[in-house]
Design a protein around this ligand. Sequence first.
Ligand SMILES: Cc1ncc(COP(=O)(O)O)c(C=O)c1O
Length: 376
Amino acid sequence: MIDPELAFLNHGSFGAVPRVVVEEQNQWRRQIETDPIQTLHRRGPQLIAEAKGAIGAWLEMNPADFGLVTNATEGINCVLRSLKFSAGDELLTTGHVYNAVRQAMTFVAHRAGATYREIEIPPPIASPDAIANAVLSAIGRRTRLVVIDHISSATALILPVERIVEECAKMGVDVLIDGAHAPGMVELNVSKISAAYYAGNLHKWGCAPKGSAFLWVRRDRQAEIHPLIVSHHYGQGMEKEFSWQGTRDISAWLAVPRAIEWMGRIGWARVMAHNHAMAAWVNQMLCRRWNVSAISPADGSMLGSMAAVPLPPPLDRLTPQQSEELQVTLHDRWKIEVPIMVWGGRSYARVCCQIYNVAEDYVRLAETIERLARQA
Ligand SMILES: Cc1ncc(COP(=O)(O)O)c(C=O)c1O
């Protein structure tokens, strides 16, 4: 449904939803409004269980081990705000953390008199091991929780979550993975990673309706974790607690299986391989045209279906306000939707690649940035 005039290069923020999935959600909305008590109250738990069955089969999660939430931010908040931190504890993450997660971590740390710390891992990043080593060597005696992105937001890198989880387990430190971008971007087996906590979005690369996400919790940690909304089923286990959080529109959740099935018919492996190849190409093409250095290996091995490319001078050190203005200009004047991120004092275009994008979208971005850089 994206405006065909628009070069839409920001699937990673709020992506396109296939028409059939929008129709599926509308059909659920109609059904709820036609027979509300029957659909929400009597059938609701079973309908949610069916949706979870499809999601669990897709991402290798037992339905008893995860709950549906509205977005990854909510899933992460469920964990952070359920855990009891004490004065002197440390909550650790990297400078690549998503800002909303930074704020949630800061909030719970301050509330408990605990410390919040970010490990700086500046680009260029030579390898996944460079990230894993930086994280693992920063863990100290007081580190209670490590929060790590599966795919980072501003820098668009795949982080070595498997190795970090494995090594942290040896040190007795729990890991919360922010998998906001992972489902549908990379092959994902949530149970196998076996972090203490994994929050993921279905409404980004899963192409499900907005408001669909999940929180998976390892069995030995489930008793401690509750939804943000404590309701009727408090104390009855994760599955029940998450399935009723007060009256709400569950149509987005119920439409997720349609997205999984429809994209699955195109072929998830094909979609991921296509998007990754495009991201690796775009990364190289933009770096070459703008005469800038890639922030990760040139072969694209740390990329999924996004790439953060440094902007050429004089656009390379924009203030957050200037970056917002540039983003608006690109949209309004040039019909290009792309996030301009300011990270570590540098500005980047974070381009996303989804199956509706074509090479000309990125060439248009390249030319427009070149023109604006000349005029600046
Ligand atoms: C790494 C990361 N974490 C969390 C989020 C938050 O996702 P949501 O707004 O769906 O909660 C995003 C959104 O872009 C993200 O990139």
